[in-house]
Design a protein around this ligand. Structure first.
Ligand SMILES: NC(=O)c1ccc[n+]([C@@H]2O[C@H](COP(=O)([O-])OP(=O)(O)OC[C@H]3O[C@@H](n4cnc5c(N)ncnc54)[C@H](OP(=O)(O)O)[C@@H]3O)[C@@H](O)[C@H]2O)c1
Length: 332
């Protein structure tokens, strides 16, 4: 059995990692840290989870997941990588390739610039060969995962112009478990609002990866919205076409062998991804404006977080990529 550890099991992503790992046939959760619950049994905090002790510090493991907030994760991850452990970091602390972007977008100076260079960006469908060999994987953000999977076929085909608009919506668990007024039930229920119009933290990550995939200097407008769902994330991407193509055939062919990306013939609702590692994608062309429109949706805690991280773990350990990962949604 492969020994796995989770740094920060008490947040939504940490708890979701522990839940998914508990039904993985080839790995065993050996330890989990969690600042506010140190010394308790994990099953005392989350009754459906394994009966292991929550520890103050990371211990030995073959693979470690860090589910700490951005800005706190890198400091914890660096010593683990230096000790030779393989790490999948679900925070943003290694996602950006440029060291200078961390103070600007995340408000901290990076403690280990050499590891920014060594890391592999963990968008499983596009970088699986590099992920398999990586010692440090920067798991993508939830909005970037949906956006990049929605745009990748068009970008690699040179099908769209650089001016791209991404209209995005996320359920409340995307904001994490920490209390805030905006996520208070009475504020969020039956409410809908845009936020971070001046520039959301996921924007530089989207620009970086669009540039790599499309070989263009993109001009991305990315506007997220908070919607009163517990889980679920949906993006609608718009860009002007450079040429005529059968987009449905292009997308079907691009994702033909992918176990977790489904190209569908209708705009997918978030419920069709709920509780699964699926990303559903619907591309279409608006003939009146000459624009490509792509709708993508996923469960932010699974394909947008813990599920994709376990998909990456499977790649790193040379297991079948789908092992232990749900591919069917909950219904209703
Ligand atoms: N939520 C999503 O949909 C999603 C998707 C993809 C990636 N992510 C990323 O995954 C990471 C975890 O997200 P999350 O949604 O699970 O967050 P979360 O639910 O808000 O968890 C944050 C928890 O982290 C602990 N914490 C906060 N600051 C800490 C520090 N300095 N040192 C140690 N522990 C600290 C706190 O736990 P205690 O109460 O125990 O102190 C807090 O409850 C973040 O980096 C996030 O950006 C989230």
């Amino acid at each position: 059995m492969i020994r796995v550890g989770i740094v920060n099991v008490t947040g939504y992503i940490g708890a979701e990692l522990a839940r998914l790992l508990s039904s993985h046939p080839e790995v065993r959760l050996s330890w989990a840290t969690g600042r506010s619950e140190v010394g308790k049994r994990l099953s005392d905090v989350f009754p459906y989870l394994d009966d292991i002790q929550i520890t103050p510090e990371p211990e030995e493991a073959d693979i470690v997941f860090s589910a700490l907030p951005a800005g706190s994760s890198a400091k914890e991850v660096v010593p683990l990588v230096n000790k030779g452990m393989r790490v999948i970091d679900l925070s943003a602390d290694f996602r950006l390739d440029e060291e200078s972007l961390y103070p600007e977008w995340y408000g901290f100076s990076h403690p280990a610039p050499y590891l920014i260079k060594e890391k592999v960006y963990g968008l499983s469908e596009l970088y699986r060969q590099d992920i398999a060999k990586a010692s440090l994987v920067a798991n993508p953000g939830c909005y970037p995962t949906a956006t990049l999977l929605a745009l990748a076929p068009a970008l690699q085909e040179g099908l769209i112009q650089p001016d791209i608009v991404v209209d995005a919506k996320s359920g409340m668990s995307g904001a994490g478990r920490t209390f805030s007024l905006a996520t208070h039930f009475a504020e969020a229920n039956e409410n809908l609002s845009a936020y971070a119009l001046e520039g959301h933290r996921h924007l530089p990550e989207i620009i970086q990866e669009v540039r790599k995939m499309g070989g263009i200097s993109p001009c991305v407008t990315f506007i997220p919205h908070l919607v009163p769902l517990t889980r679920g994330l949906l993006v609608t991407c718009y860009a002007s076409l450079t040429k005529e193509t059968n987009v449905e055939r292009l997308y079907q062919e691009f994702y033909r062998k992918e176990p977790f990306v489904e190209v569908v013939a209708f705009p997918p609702p978030t419920k069709l991804a709920l509780g699964s590692n699926l990303c559903l994608i619907h591309p279409t062309i608006d003939r009146r404006t000459g624009k490509l429109i792509v709708v993508g949706c996923l469960d932010n805690l699974i394909k947008g977080g813990a599920g994709q991280a376990i998909q990456n773990m499977n790649l790193m350990l040379n297991f079948p990529e789908i092992l232990g990962i749900p591919s069917k949604p909950l219904y209703p």
